[in-house]
Design a protein around this ligand. Sequence first.
Ligand SMILES: NC(=O)c1ccc[n+]([C@@H]2O[C@H](COP(=O)([O-])OP(=O)(O)OC[C@H]3O[C@@H](n4cnc5c(N)ncnc54)[C@H](OP(=O)(O)O)[C@@H]3O)[C@@H](O)[C@H]2O)c1
Length: 357
Amino acid sequence: MRRSLDPKSLPTTYTRVVLAERPVGDIIPHKTFRTEPEQKLADLEPGEKQVLVAVDYLSLDPAMRSWLGEKKTYMPPVKIGEIMRAEGLGTIVKTGKDSKWKVGQTVKGVFGWTEYAQMDDKAVALRTVPKGGELLDFLGPFGNVGMTAYFGLFDIGKPKPGETLVVTGAAGAVGSLVCQLGVLKGLKVYAVAGSDEKVQWLEKELGVTKAFNYKNKDIYDQLKKHMKTFDIYFDNVGGEMLNFMLTRMNLFARIVVCGGISDYNNPNPAGLKGHLNLISMRALMQGFLVLDYASKFGPAIAEMQQWLTEGKLKRKYHVVDGIKSAPEALPLLYNGGNTGKLVVRVSNIREGVKTKL
Ligand SMILES: NC(=O)c1ccc[n+]([C@@H]2O[C@H](COP(=O)([O-])OP(=O)(O)OC[C@H]3O[C@@H](n4cnc5c(N)ncnc54)[C@H](OP(=O)(O)O)[C@@H]3O)[C@@H](O)[C@H]2O)c1
């Protein structure tokens, strides 16, 4: 027997966005992607152990740029003509006859840039909003972003109270959480971001020791003057800033290589300079992938939830509206147009979130 919402409440068509061509350099929203409206919803009829999901929110992530290339990275490339890959949150609106899920349940899954997704039962996971949280937190502190900040800082950075932490991409989704975790653990936190507004937010709202706008010409002098040297560098940007940081290490410093967004759109990134300093400073430089920590997420999420409830952790969402906005919204990550976690609100079901593009 099939269980579903009143079929009359579902539309007959939906919109999806596919990869049209691989970008060389910057993403060109409506050249790189193609919006395909008027798709027949009847074509997504769930099979026996499947569900139909109405997508509520989609996460936009810097790593998406690497999925647009031809080469396999930690994930295979998205194929030309394929729905753009993205993780999201959605509501089950129809179930197959042997599905273990129920209509109305909220689930997380890799739905892609589409308003509706036909998903295998095992490809979705139930999400129940905990006390003190909101649904979007599953794409923020309780999601990959939060876990990246948590395990990158604690497992690789291994902070000790009183140490100096410097964070780049500091006003973004991961960076803003790393800064706060650093403050929470009694570190001196120096934050680097791309505008004066972001600097203000980091200092006044998130309580970092000092923040810097890296677009100022004297940025390296400013960092030398105030930060001097560091124990932990949480690197989200790579490039020139990383080269500079390799000259500012304390003995036994740790460089957490989380990302290198300054080079994601660059077809010919310059190589690293200054890494030989790692030898004299007996320093560690380590990359990591948050997915490798999946088996440890449970207790980490519980801790993040506790800090959120106690008001020790803040999060900010930058929400753009509608699946058709996704191609134009993605480049915000590479030009600094976002503050906090960038998401697309796909359905109109959920209210109370700010819209900005
Ligand atoms: N290792 C992992 O498992 C893992 C998991 C998730 C994310 N990451 C990485 O973590 C980093 C942050 O990701 P996120 O999701 O939190 O994104 P995000 O920080 O919310 O957004 C990206 C930010 O990067 C900054 N940026 C863009 N171009 C830059 C440049 N040339 N130089 C310096 N900053 C630049 C922009 O802010 P400004 O205004 O400050 O320029 C932008 O807001 C990314 O590198 C991402 O790939 C790694």
